[in-house]
Design a binder for this molecule. Structure first.
Ligand code: PGA
Length: 262
């Protein structure tokens, strides 16, 4: 695992955006797995800027979002579809038919979830998965005790997640308790995973994901099984890691090897 501790979330956003833009230069029909929440907003702002100022073409890009709430009317401002429209899709030229979300309604949600998995496969799999991490260690809405082999399905959100996200809702407003989410097994099939985590409240989840034993109780720890995952952290979210000096030395050596053409 690559662990990068950068001074500010903006530096992480810049590096993650550059990784995506570099991959897009090599593959115009890049398949992206996308996350919502406060964490990836800086990356999305930079991609929009790249399109609007530098005319980067996103028309071939295909996207799959990690998760979506159940029970919100279409276009609801708390839906993740709305979030993505606001922060990313409205600023890019992605073809609407290339944008995918796990199901938010339907008679046969299990079938819809299987279809979502099929559409990811049909697109050739996810090239780059953008991730955040919950304070309870969730990735997507794979809450603690999610099977490490899970696929796209409906999950009940924990009290902690509901509390963490209550800030987006007016007092008394309906807050969904159910969501569809890619499974941990689905996420692990992405070719490259870029996780960002910022702030003190993520420190325990980051420690468990990077240095803890692999455990369904800390879903982020499943990423230890992935061959190409990078954690972009700030000093606060990295504050509980015990091998910080080592991670810094690994980065230095990596940079040196790259300079020397290895
Ligand atoms: P946040 O959420 O980006 O709003 O902190 C991350 C998550 O819960 O996965």
């Amino acid at each position: 695992m690559r662990v990068l501790v950068l001074e500010t979330p903006e530096e992480s956003a810049e590096q993650v955006a550059q990784e995506i833009l570099t991959a897009l230069r090599r593959k115009r029909n890049l398949v992206l797995g996308l996350a919502t929440g406060s964490t990836p907003i800086g990356v999305y702002a930079r991609l929009v800027r790249a399109h609007q100022l530098d005319r980067v073409d996103f028309s071939g890009v295909v996207t799959f979002n990690l998760d979506e709430y159940l029970g919100l009317p279409e276009g609801h401002r708390q839906s993740y579809r709305y979030f993505m429209d606001q922060h990313l899709f409205s600023g890019l030229n992605i073809a609407p038919s290339n944008i995918h979300f796990p199901p938010s309604k339907g008679r046969d949600l299990a079938l819809e979830c299987r279809n979502y998995e099929e559409s990811i496969k049909a697109a050739g799999g996810i090239d780059i998965q953008i991730l955040g991490i919950g304070a309870n260690g969730h990735i997507g809405f794979n809450e603690p005790t999610s099977s490490l082999a899970s696929r796209t399905r409906i999950k009940t959100l924990t009290e902690k997640t509901l509390r963490d996200n209550a800030r987006f809702y007016e007092p008394g407003e309906f807050q969904p308790q159910l969501a569809s989410t890619m499974g941990i097994g689905t996420i692990l099939e992405a070719r490259k995973i870029l996780l960002q985590g910022f702030g003190k409240k993520k420190a325990e989840a980051v420690r468990a994901a990077v240095e803890g034993p692999i455990s369904a109780f800390w879903p982020g720890s499943a990423l230890q099984l992935h061959p190409d995952v990078s954690f972009y952290l700030d000093p606060e979210s990295a504050s509980k890691l015990s091998l910080l000096d080592y991670y810094a030395r690994v980065r230095e050596n990596e940079a040196r090897l790259e300079q020397e053409g290895y």
